[in-house]
Design a protein around this ligand. Structure first.
Ligand code: KIV
Length: 282
């Protein structure tokens, strides 16, 4: 058996050998074949490497970094420069997962050209796709980006950049009208060229409908087990966030022998459909 790579003089394990990064085409094929996609956030090379070795398919450089890295109560203070810095760190630390970068509040809402400039910086930093929050109103921007070669992931449901307008972090799409409006939003994003959509904090039935009625992979967070894949903030999955965890969170450190095993357990539970369980659903 081959020896593991020598640690560097500082005792840090050598980075993984380069392998081909997952592409959007590969992820779409996996989803079409019924394989659940495992996404986690990461903001640095070390955790990106742990995600890579555990088999995470997509690493999201989320603007949740404003909360879990910078300590703010919302994602709103995150600047584009912060997202770019953390994207570079993540890209350096992993070789297989697709790297998806959130465009922060204020970097894309003003129009397609601003959005393109922000997205171009993310792609130059090594991201393969950018994520924008919003429904039908953002579709022209999504079309502008995708026409110019920028892969886009939409984000509907609870959109944390709109926390002040939403009146808090609340479950979305609970009424029949709100559910129909969200489906119309997701379809508008898909028509505009979005190749993936994150849906956050919606009733399980709406997560299932979005997944069935859209043709692109739907990645859920608090959206039930029927989505094409799942995403969690890594600090939540490791149970290291202070305070009461949201209903949709599972602490994968429970029963795991360390961080790598916990991330492995997350991937296994997403892939075999056991996460999210009924107690994680709305
Ligand atoms: O910023 C983030 O981490 C996100 C996830 C909650 C989907 O957008």
């Amino acid at each position: 058996m081959a020896n593991p790579p020598d640690p560097t003089p500082g005792g840090v394990a050598a980075p993984p050998a380069p392998t081909a990064r997952l592409t959007l085409t590969a992820l779409a094929k996996m989803a079409a074949a019924g394989e659940k996609l495992a996404m986690l956030t990461a903001y640095d090379a070390s955790f990106a490497g742990v995600c890579d070795r555990a088999g995470v398919d997509i690493v999201l450089v989320g603007d949740s970094l404003g909360m879990v890295i910078q300590g703010h109560p919302t994602t709103l203070p995150v600047e584009l420069a912060h997202a770019i810095y953390h994207t570079r760190c993540v890209v350096a630390g992993c070789s297989r997962p697709l790297v998806l970068t959130d465009l922060p509040f204020g970097s894309f809402q003003t129009g397609p050209e601003d959005a393109f400039r922000a997205a171009a910086e993310a792609l130059k930093a090594g991201a393969q796709m950018v994520k924008v929050e919003g429904g039908e109103w953002i579709a022209p921007t999504v079309a502008y980006l995708t026409t110019r070669g920028v892969p886009v992931c939409g984000h509907v449901g609870l959109t944390p950049q709109s926390v002040n307008a939403l009146g808090g972090y609340r479950v979305q799409g609970k009424t029949a009208d709100a559910a129909e409006a969200m489906i119309a939003d997701a379809k508008a994003l898909e028509r505009a060229g979005a190749a993936m959509i994150v849906v956050e904090c919606v009733p399980r039935e709406l997560g299932a409908r979005l997944t069935n009625e859209c043709s692109v992979p739907i990645i859920g967070i608090g959206a039930g087990p029927d989505c094409s894949g799942q995403v969690l903030v890594i600090q939540d999955a490791l149970g290291i966030q202070p305070g009461k965890a949201a209903r949709f969170v599972r602490n994968f450190m429970t029963g795991s022998d360390g961080i790598a095993a916990a991330i492995g357990a997350y991937v296994a539970a997403v892939k075999d459909g056991s996460f999210p369980a009924p107690e994680h659903c709305f």
